[in-house]
Design a protein around this ligand. Structure first.
Ligand code: C5P
Length: 245
């Protein structure tokens, strides 16, 4: 059944890749009430810290904290505790850290909730292969053999084994991930480009329409919205495209 605009908005995570809180909150103000999520990544978080996350939460947005943790399990567990206390709704770690590291992230969430530092448990997902990674980069630079899809599905299975709830991947890999890990295993997919938009540095991309058809749970969209002269209008066009799927 086709999505309503509201259901479509609840699937969109806007990548707030801005250099400071002022620029980020100016953009957020233009999207307030739209029903979309905000994704806070390294550029913004390293400049503005937890305060900007709290401000976005106060303005009614759900927040995905995209810091892609990748460290020894003990450090990731502590990081996950701190992130959980911040009150984010979803965060991620790198699948490349292995099962013990991913499980440590889930333990960090439990620690914080059990200690009464947070009422809600954020969803924890794993990054599989960055959507900017091409087949050549994977095989010839990183040195992983096989197809990108093989590598992504392997990480997805490890993430599930570690007790995580989903993965970040390309929309092109959603069917294979759901096939391997089940329909309820969450897929968060960057690399979305509306028809005619600039591809930029992304490599494994698709349109919002095709992402919805492909069964992705959340669409991460940055520059097509954030670099638009009218971000709210750009979001609306994307929502319209999603409702046609
Ligand atoms: O501007 P664009 O739509 O390409 O933004 C995509 C966002 O998704 C960026 O914030 C990028 O860091 C993030 N991301 C990604 N690929 C991943 C994980 C996160 O592009 N695998």
């Amino acid at each position: 059944m086709a999505l309503t605009e509201q259901q479509a908005a609840a699937k969109v995570m806007v990548a707030l890749d801005k250099p400071d809180a002022e620029a980020a909150l100016r953009l957020a103000a233009q999207l307030e009430g739209a029903g979309c999520w905000m994704k806070v990544g390294m550029e913004l978080f390293y400049a503005a810290g937890p305060a900007v996350v709290r401000e976005l939460k106060a303005r009614g947005f759900k927040v995905f904290l995209d810091l892609k943790m990748h460290d020894i399990p003990n450090t990731v567990r502590g990081g996950a505790r701190s992130i959980t206390r911040m009150g984010v709704d979803l965060f991620n770690v790198h699948g490349a850290g292995g099962v013990a590291m991913m499980a440590a992230a889930a333990e960090g969430v439990r620690d914080a909730v059990e200690a009464g530092d947070s009422e809600a448990s954020p969803i924890v997902i794993a990054v599989t292969q960055l959507t900017s990674t091409s087949q050549t980069t994977l095989n010839e630079e990183i040195g992983i053999a096989g197809t990108v899809e093989d590598a992504v599905v392997r990480y997805a299975k490890l993430a599930k084994q570690a007790g995580l709830q989903g993965v970040v991947a390309s929309p092109l890999e959603v069917a294979a991930i759901k096939g391997a890990c089940g329909e309820s295993f969450i897929t968060v997919t960057p690399g979305i480009r509306p028809r005619g938009a600039d591809v930029g540095d992304q490599s494994r991309i698709t349109t919002p329409y095709d992402a919805v058809i492909g069964g992705t749970d959340y669409l991460v969209i940055g520059r097509p919205i954030t670099a638009a002269t009218d971000p709210a209008a750009a979001l609306n066009l994307i929502l319209e495209e999603m409702t046609q799927a």
